[in-house]
Design a binder for this molecule. Structure first.
Ligand code: SAJ
Length: 423
């Protein structure tokens, strides 16, 4: 008989994971402490914007393979997929993971498997989760298997990547890792590599840190190129002709709940050692302030100026504004007394007044492209130019068509491009 799985946390990772197990015929009970999420899901309603997620959830709710509940139930496998945010002081908050572990203590039985999926501080499975589970009187790993099995999926491609990506599985012992591999092997088509919990925890954080550090390098280079009066985008294009160089893209900063968060876990645990990691975080976090200064250079006094902002999510073509650098830029400009007209059809969050493109451009002193959503790749600049009061466009992503912007009589600035024009 197929195992019963209890997934704690029905967010961006927990829900798709629960749905994929349910689709394989497991009985899955998804747990979320948010009553609205539970109520919605029991009617088959998904509130997360992610391609194909609604379809698969509808299917497994209707088939009865996925049930939802506010509190855990007895099961063979428990999967913890709750958030691990950072606090104001950039230290990791493992509170949700501890609470999730605590919540299953009354329900775990001999022979069960517990898997932590949440991005966790290095050592957390062994140092935080294991002692909590052992309050049940059961011994780990003798009675209960325990491991850490992080995902590495890209928002926007979650369902595809959950199935296709390789996985690192850290077991508290080898038997735990092997049992977890067997469970995930029902839907994971990528390779699964077994290791210790600490190695798996470090891998997850290092993967995102690798990207954050490389983006910081691109951002630093972008500022250096501007100071030098040359075009960073041309430097990147030409440097990347080297067979072993792959420079990433500079921009207005790094957002999202992964790259902008996870490296801080290492800075917290290894204060003296994590030096490049800390500096990189500071460079990326400082980019919105750098863009703000650029805008000040362009417009002079900001008080009373109208600025049109295109895109405020943390990356293109998604609705997520968590840690978005454009949100920080918006705050800085508002504090300086600017009138902002934000255009972002993806964002449905309350608290921001959003505009249609045309209205946002009327009387605008400056147009800033914050996020390169696909829908912004073909803007009617000759019309926009007539609506605007000013004549400058600042592209923070190097993504607009220079020719179209300039033919409309507008001046085109690109972040990272000095006065130099391509030959
Ligand atoms: N960004 C740049 N320049 C670049 C690439 C990205 O400025 O060259 C910025 C983006 O604009 C965005 C941020 O970085 O603000 C993060 O975007 P992303 O697409 O690189 O990554 P996420 O945060 O959406 O997803 C990451 C992924 N990690 C890696 O690529 C190493 C994903 O595989 C992880 O599963 C996910 O974090 C996670 O959940 O940890």
């Amino acid at each position: 008989m197929k195992k019963k799985i209890c997934v704690i946390g029905l967010g961006y990772i927990g829900l798709p994971t629960a749905a994929l197990f349910a689709k394989q015929g497991y009985t899955v009970v998804g747990i979320d402490k948010n009553l609205e999420v539970v109520k919605g899901l029991s009617l088959g309603k998904v509130i997360i914007e992610e391609p194909f997620l609604q379809d698969i959830v509808t299917e497994v709710i209707n088939s009865g393979h996925l049930q939802v509940n506010e509190t855990p139930v007895e099961a063979d496998v428990f999967i913890i997929a709750v958030p691990t945010p950072i606090r104001e002081d950039k230290t990791s908050d493992m509170g949700y993971v501890s609470n999730a572990a605590q919540s299953i203590v009354p329900y775990i039985r001999k022979g069960n498997i517990v898997v932590v999926e949440s991005t966790s501080q290095v050592g957390a499975t062994e140092e935080v989760v294991k002692p909590i589970l052992e309050q049940s009187g059961l011994k780990i790993p003798e009675d209960v298997s325990l491991g850490y099995c992080p995902e590495r999926v890209l928002p926007g491609k979650i369902l595809k990547e959950l199935v296709e990506n390789d996985r690192v599985i850290g077991g508290i012992d080898k038997y735990s890792a092997m049992r977890i591999k067997e469970v995930y092997g029902t839907f994971v088509q990528g390779d699964m590599f077994l290791t210790t919990t600490k190695v798996a925890e470090m891998c997850k954080i290092m993967e995102n840190t690798f990207r954050d550090v490389n983006i910081a390098l691109a951002n630093e280079m972008s500022m250096i190129c501007e100071a030098e009066g040359i075009n960073v985008w041309e430097v990147i294009r030409l440097s990347n002709k080297h067979p072993r160089v792959h420079l990433l893209n500079p921009g207005p900063g790094v957002g999202g709940h992964c790259l902008a968060v996870d490296p801080w876990f290492l800075v917290e645990r290894y204060k003296e050692l994590a030096r490049i990691i800390k500096t990189s975080r500071e460079i990326n976090d400082g980019m919105p302030d750098y863009v703000y200064k650029k805008i000040e250079d362009i417009l002079g006094i900001l008080q009373g100026k109208k600025i049109t902002i295109l895109g405020m999510t943390y990356k293109p073509d998604i609705d997520d504004i968590r840690e978005s650098p454009i949100v920080r830029l918006i705050k800085l400009l508002q504090e300086a007394g600017c009138e902002l007209a934000i255009v972002d059809p993806f964002v449905k969050k309350k608290g921001y007044q959003l505009y249609e493109l045309e209205e946002a451009c009327v009387g605008s002193d400056l147009l800033v492209l914050g996020v390169n959503h696909k829908i912004f790749s073909d803007l009617p600049f000759s019309h926009i130019a007539k609506l605007m009061k000013g004549n400058i466009v600042l592209d923070t992503r190097n993504s607009l068509d220079e020719k179209v912007v300039e033919e409309a009589g507008l001046i085109y600035y690109v972040l990272g491009r000095g006065e130099y024009k391509s030959i």
